[in-house]
Unconditional design. Structure first.
Length: 463
């Protein structure tokens, strides 16, 4: 009798152990690997993996990390059928995404949403979350109020180094963004869009529809923003980058937009409208705009402003192109400039880009990358080039000692930087003493023969 009971218990324990192992394997199989920690994130490599993230919402999953490790095509069944992609999270249900998603520079392409309800996007609602390095390409979204192609509503979150392209139709409702619909107490850094949007509602921006108590830095917008068949509702508070930028009194906060630009075309030829700004539709007190510009076209905009249509915030060292916009006024702030002032090599007669950081943040467009207008340093990807092996020779030229440095050309290099130091172990060799297009480089050294040299190659041509 005792042996029989013991045997029964042993068998029961074995069954429990097997079931626990099965559940563990099943949970891991929802992704391509990983356990959700920062050191070992869940790997997202297929549409099915991306779809599984919706099972990890709420504050209990706030510490989970997801890392994309392959391009993902959402233009496949069942995600391209019926109403298309169902957003991750839900604002109305309180199931926000709290985790970290790192797109790792891979693409998510072909997302389709065809639904006339609010809070549509790849993510519906994120809170205290981080989205970074996401490339959402060729999206096709039709939605109602408070929607954006990547995020419908972001609260207390960070969106970093993300890019969105595609089309968006917002119908008659309000608050639409090419990337984010509503952005509250959040940061949007080094991100941009290239989108075609059409709508007839309020608060629409190429990047963000509504930005409140938020920081937007290093961002850009391309594409077209257009009204259609306005009917009863006419477009209001539209901007090439942001529809409306405001600050709340309770809780008190500030909104800061800096180092950003719009090249988007705004087309109001379909009908009535008001408060259309080339860069931002309207701003409120304690909203600051710094070191930014608008150089897109504005078509049949008869009630608006070249940079900001209305508001009483603070605007510093920011400009709009009077030639492309057709506007000589901007009630909400900004300084007017002509194309010849704004396009490299800046041959106009008025100062522009005053105080801007062209060492770390901005790049002069010497090679027509951005139609001559300055662009952001994060928009160019670094090119890995070899450092050439150098040969050094000392010659006396006009009674002075000179060093002649020669090297073999490096494939892909447009210029070379020559550095000199009297300390071979130095961690900081400072600025290059010569920038040349090709070998050799000649440097006068006088009587000091205790100098060391090295040469680096660059994909950036000389001015």
């Amino acid at each position: 009798m005792f042996d029989l009971v013991t045997g029964s218990k042993t068998k029961f324990k074995a069954i429990l152990l097997f079931m626990g192992l099965f559940l563990t394997v099943s949970l891991s199989a929802q992704f391509g690997g990983g356990n959700g920690t920062e050191e070992n994130p869940y790997l997202v490599a297929r549409a099915q993996h991306l779809d599984q993230i919706r099972n990890f919402l709420g504050e209990d999953n706030a510490n989970l990390h997801f890392l994309q490790d392959a391009d993902i095509d959402l233009d496949v069944a069942p995600y391209n059928e019926g109403q298309g992609w169902s957003p991750i999270g839900s604002f109305s249900g309180g199931d926000h995404f709290f985790g970290t998603y790192d797109g790792n520079g891979y693409e998510i392409s072909g997302m389709m949403i065809d639904h006339t309800v609010s809070y549509r996007g790849l993510f519906s609602s994120i809170q205290n979350a981080t989205l970074k390095n996401i490339r959402l390409i060729d999206a096709d979204v039709k939605a109602s109020a408070r929607s954006g192609i990547m995020v419908a509503r972001a609260h207390d979150s960070r969106i970093i180094n993300c890019f969105v392209s595609g089309s968006y139709d917002g119908g008659t409702a309000q608050t639409h963004g090419g990337m984010i619909g509503e952005c509250y107490d959040s940061e949007v850094i080094n991100s941009g869009v290239d989108i075609n949007m059409r709508c007839r509602g309020r608060q629409l921006g190429g990047l963000i529809g509504d930005a409140e108590n938020s920081v937007i830095d290093g961002c850009f917008a391309y594409g077209t923003i257009a009204s259609y068949n306005p009917g009863i509702i006419a477009p209001q508070q539209w901007g090439g980058l942001i529809g409306r930028a405001l600050t709340s009194i309770i809780p008190a906060g500030d909104t800061e937009i800096s180092n950003s630009y719009s090249m988007a075309t705004i087309d109001m030829s379909a009908g009535n409208h008001s408060s259309i700004g080339g860069f931002i539709g309207s701003i409120s007190t304690r909203t600051t705009v710094t070191d930014s510009y608008m150089a897109g076209r504005m078509i049949e905009v008869n009630r608006g402003g070249g940079f900001i249509s209305s508001g009483n915030g603070t605007v510093n060292n920011s400009y709009w192109n009077t030639d492309t916009t057709g506007f000589n006024e901007s009630p909400g702030g900004g300084e007017p400039r002509e194309t010849i002032d704004m396009v490299y090599p800046y041959r106009g007669d008025r100062d522009v880009y005053v105080g801007w950081d062209f060492e770390e943040i901005w790049i002069h467009d010497e090679n027509e990358f951005n139609s001559g207008y300055p662009f952001l340093s994060h928009q160019t990807e670094p090119v890995d080039l070899d450092s050439p092996e150098i040969h050094v020779d000392i010659r006396v030229i006009e009674d002075e000692d000179h060093v002649i440095i020669t090297w073999e050309a490096v494939e892909g290099a447009e210029s070379y930087n020559v550095y000199m130091s009297d300390d071979i172990a130095s961690d900081d060799w400072g600025d290059p003493v010569r920038r040349v297009a090709e070998s050799p480089a000649q440097i006068e050294v006088g009587e000091n023969r205790s100098n060391f040299f090295y040469v680096t190659s660059s994909s950036e041509p000389l001015p």
